[in-house]
Design a protein around this ligand. Sequence first.
Ligand code: GLA
Length: 695
Amino acid sequence: MKKHAFALGGAGLMLGVSLMAISAQELTGELPDPPEFAAQSEPVFVSVGDMLEFKALPEYHEPDWVTSKYVEAGTLPPVAERLPKEPLVFKTGNMPDGIGVYGDTMRHVIGGRPEGWNYIGGQSQGWGGIDIGLSECLTRNGPLFQIKAEELEPLPNLAKSWEWSEDGHELTMHLIEGAKWSDGDPFDSEDLMFYWEDNVNDPNVSAVPSGTGTPERFGVGTTLEAIDEYTVKWTFEEVRPTQYLYAMAYDSFCPGPSHILKPQHPKYNPDNTYQEYKNAFPPEFMNMPVMGAWVPVEYRADDIIVMRRNPYYWKVDENGNQLPYLNEMHYRLSTWADRDVQAVAGSGDFANLEQAESFVESLKRSAEDSAPARLQFGARTIGYALRMNLSANGWGEPDARGQAVRELNRELDFRKAVSIAVDRQRLGDSLVRGPFTAIYPGGLYAGTTYYDKASTVYYPYNLEAANALLDGLGLTDTDGNGIRNFPADKAGGADVEITLLANTDYGTDTNLAEGVIAMMEPLGIRVIANFQTGTARDDMAQSGQFDWGVERQGAEMVSVVQGTTTLAPVGPRTHTFHKAGTDGTVDLLPFEQELVDVVNKFIASSDTTERAELMKQYQKLFTENVYSVGLTQYPGALIINKRFANIPAGAPIFQFNWAEDSVMRERLFVPEDKQGDYELHPETLPGEPGGAGPV
Ligand code: GLA
């Protein structure tokens, strides 16, 4: 194994400090404030009604070539017939550069690879905004960064409006009426019910690639029923849990095309296995019907995915121009690091600059006047933690060694020892020097709405005390090889060896993981890298096949309102590193039960003061108990080529969702005099599902 720069040489156990000497109090320390780092632009805060509304307009328009080549040729109905009764209308006043013009391409570069197009069945398309662009969801969160705080509520999207029953248990949602999938098939409540009943609630399906499509994401005991084609009714055990409206956005309630998927699902097609259902639409299957603005029309393995405009897209501008303005989307299948390089150089158009190792170089090049892209830093919302598998009742089916590790993971003194053996300052500096990284004790990120420093318990770096804590747990080096051993009755008293799962698609993930591995050496713990590419890592993490993992965390740590049910194991499959074991229950530690109670109260409450108070309790419980070992947090920068117009001010790369959602790509455009010649399939539209490509 490669020795990391952090290795201190040998694994000498420091046994000098007796356990008596280290009370919890003595381990805590003053948390330094993050270095000053101002976000480079602020959003213009508006109300939802300033951004969009649903209404019929007197006339509609489309690119001229669509009319002449398709509508006039009789192969496509006129635009007014393709649009819903009341399309979603983006208000001009909220569009920074106003009404746009048609044309051009956004050239994305992504590091992931598509497994196939069955998104709701759990297949990943490779991330980087590709699935965000294909899937439209009941509500929408990304653009909320510009909604006034006191009016914060998910944006309507496929659900154009909703109302609560008087007793607050029922939520009736009205779907957009007369909208169509990109192949012209009607979108209606059948699509929702197929997603809910046969994916979310079918235990054989791990719905959506992140695995968050579980019933409890919407509350234990929640039901959904179709009232008619365009009306559905939710029933909740809680009273008015408006919180679940956030879960109805990306990525947990974005229905798939039931007319194509249903015939492959084992319930409707007994000849198919669940695996066959999941894999029924491989990357080569072109023209997969979507509700998103662009449809996949070309795929070349390890090269590119090309998408063309969806002729049935159901959003327009105030002049009645059918969106999107951009005719084509590219997703170059490369690496995440290459995304930054290409965006800065101008051969790509978009990057979330999130790997701290590339900050300095990217900043330098973007500062030049001739730089093709603008680079804008936001708040510190990128954070990494070391997460331990806390299930001791079989999740992921560990062997004897794995089981012994999980039992250790469940010991507070063990988690504390690991936490204080991490020199966070050095870890952050090893990625990038300067005012970027901040010491991150775990829990909510400093600088976000619900963060409270006074409720944050920080255990600073203290190697000696870390070793003493491990001594206290009876982990001694019985065979003198420099590695502590499990007690004789655990894993046969073998060396304490722990595997660390990390994602090789990102340099930052593996750099941090290597840092952690090296920092565990002086503790006499052998940590073995289990480095996997993104999809394999995700599958292993979701199925509990890991001891430890170093991971970039989700939006719940930033916004709290997004992914709330992932904050604690409120249901059997809602949490990231503690899911139900073989008997279907989660073996909660006492403090986890408290976390669950706090999160459930948060979900059930709409009282701002109470919610803030609850999140203070959450932060305290989390950090005091080292629920996960925070590593570092830092800001990210949005890089977009300068030729694009309508980029909202202050768009963060990650807040309520990734920037690919927040910037609202369907209303971005390129002014005519700046348009490039990048379209690979000019003047074509997507063809038949499964067909060869555009026509
Ligand atoms: C990946 C990238 C992020 C973002 C998301 C979108 O995770 O690392 O920057 O593009 O995909 O899903």
